[in-house]
Write a protein that binds this ligand. Structure first.
Ligand code: GLY
Ligand code: MN
Ligand code: MN
Length: 524
């Protein structure tokens, strides 16, 4: 046995440096010189202006109108540690993505600063000039090139230069080294002639600390600043309630990829049904492959829930079997490279045929969804969509003899007995976040008037748990949800996910058609 000895040098080495020990990379000037030499010149890349750039400029102008004379600070956020020195794949904060147009891979630690200039003298006729501060790609003559595992080109591949991002996104770009001055200069209490800063908080704790320190040092009241920051978060969320044409295009693309993913799921179902322990994971995996090939990622963890697992609303463990004769509820969404996500649920019969009771429950949910679609029109309120779905479900539950009170009583504010089997909301806004616009005021969200350009889900369900003694045995262990993504138009709505079969007959025909096209595989 070798005895481990701790040299004095080991003991004094900072813990944070020790991660480098394993690389055994030389640190000599000669080595650094050699690494910096003999690289072919990189051709300056021809950078096209990104199609999103003009849309993002218009979004910035609109937020500029809300906060003239104030500095607005929007961090992208840092890489997030998964464990030790391994990070999650980077995904910028949605408000930053919305106002810059920057999607996949862009840009850890970046910060968008909207600097107030004269009224109407800013970008696009607004009151601010926008500058993106980020860490640009270092030259091959730098140590960062080969020694920085988070930023170096040798480790993470090429990253944009300041000029490239400026050309593609129509933003001023500056090195992150200038951020502190840009955020803090001239800041202070407005009563004393200082400039007010508003920050999107809790995205990047380093930026929070920078702003808070500046506020403390200049005597700005922290509590009222918190409220001002909250107003900015609220305004940014509300800015996304109505989607522009670029966003609608991206949502359509996310839905297209998600529908392709559901087709992949039907293909894998026979094999998943043959897996002895974790068929649900095979379903999850098939969808994930599509998300990574057609898009950036999943918009949220896939729910692949067979049988009684479907009665667990956010069943993402996906550890169950896939059993012929049961239903499998799959709630999944591809996040496009632009970071817009779909959110679609289908409840499929594992063997391709609904039983009589499964079909009865499915049809009730479908009828509720159709009623919700009828209510999802301009001029109605967002809450009317939910009310329409609940009306159908309460009456259907009453007709099955499941409600302990008349449907009228259940539908009253004090009743709500039907919610035992449908405890979630029917709709949420959809966009860069699966639950988009979450900081919007209640009066603009759930109490808000539906407007053309809004995109939200319609997702009623019924969930009868295996242990639910309030329902007859034949209902127990069945969960059904049908979720579609709806775009509000001038005179009604469009179901963006209508390309995915919804009615029981369509679902059965679609599944068996896909299986027969693949040499007649049948999992039953
Ligand atoms: N998948 C989460 C939701 O449907 O809201
Ligand atoms: Mn949803
Ligand atoms: Mn969903």
């Amino acid at each position: 046995m070798t005895e481990h000895s701790t040299t004095p040098q080991d003991a004094t080495q900072p813990l944070s440096d020790r991660v480098e020990n394993r690389s055994q990379r030389p640190d000599s000037a000669a080595f650094q010189q050699f690494l910096a030499s003999q690289w072919a010149e990189t051709e300056p890349a021809e950078v096209d202006r990104a199609p999103v750039a003009d849309f993002a400029a218009e979004r910035r102008r609109r937020i500029s109108d809300r906060f003239p004379g104030e500095r607005l600070v929007l961090p992208a956020g840092p890489l997030k540690v998964r464990s030790n020195d391994t990070d999650y794949r980077f995904r910028p904060h949605s408000a930053f993505a919305h106002l810059t147009g920057l999607g996949v891979d862009h840009e850890p630690d970046a910060v968008l600063v909207l600097e107030p200039v004269g009224e109407g003298a800013g970008d696009n006729g607004g009151h601010h000039e926008a500058t993106l501060y980020f860490h640009p790609m270092a030259g091959r003559d730098s140590k960062e090139f080969y020694a920085d595992a988070k930023n170096g080109e040798f480790w993470v591949g090429p990253r944009p230069t300041l000029d490239e991002l400026a050309a593609a996104y129509g933003l001023r770009t500056r090195d992150l080294g200038g951020l502190e001055d840009a955020v803090t200069k001239n800041a202070g209490p407005t009563a004393l002639g200082g400039l007010r800063i508003r920050l999107v908080r809790e995205v990047d704790l380093n930026v929070d600390a920078l702003v808070d320190t500046s506020r403390i040092n200049t005597g700005v009241d922290l509590e009222s600043s918190d409220a001002l920051d909250g107003e900015l978060a609220e305004a940014l969320s509300e800015l996304r309630l109505v989607k522009d044409a670029h966003e609608v295009g991206q949502l359509r693309e996310a839905v297209r990829a998600t529908i392709a993913g559901f087709t992949d799921i039907v293909h894998v179902l026979p094999a998943a049904a043959g897996h002895r322990h974790r068929g649900e994971r095979m379903v999850e995996g098939a969808f994930f492959a599509r998300a990574r090939t057609d898009g950036n990622d999943l918009g949220y963890d896939t729910i692949a829930a067979c049988g009684n697992n479907a009665t667990v609303l956010h069943w993402i463990r996906n550890t169950g079997r896939v059993i012929p004769g049961e239903l499998i509820l799959v709630d999944a969404g591809v996040e496009a490279d632009s970071l817009y996500t779909a959110d679609i649920t289908r409840t499929l019969p594992v063997n391709g045929r609904y039983t009589e009771v499964q079909r009865r429950i499915y049809q009730a949910v479908l009828d509720a969804a159709d009623a919700a679609f009828d209510a999802a029109v301009p001029g109605n309120r967002f809450r009317d969509v939910h009310t329409a779905a609940m009306e159908v479900l309460a009456r259907r539950l009453e007709s099955w003899g499941l409600l302990p009170v008349p449907a009228e009583v259940s539908l009253s504010a004090e009743g709500q007995h039907h919610r035992r089997w449908m405890p979630h909301g029917t709709s949420h806004h959809l966009g860069l976040d699966v639950h988009d616009c979450a900081q919007a005021k209640r009066e603009l969200y759930v109490d808000g008037v539906i407007e053309p350009g809004m995109v939200f889900t319609i997702e009623p369900g019924l969930y009868f748990k295996a242990e639910d003694l309030a329902v007859p045995e034949e209902y127990r262990g069945i969960g059904v949800r049908i979720e579609d993504d709806v775009l509000i138009t001038e005179d009604g709505n469009v179901n963006l996910s209508s390309g995915l079969p919804r009615t029981p007959d369509e679902v059965e025909a679609w599944m068996t058609g896909l299986w027969h096209a693949r040499e007649g595989v049948d999992p039953s």
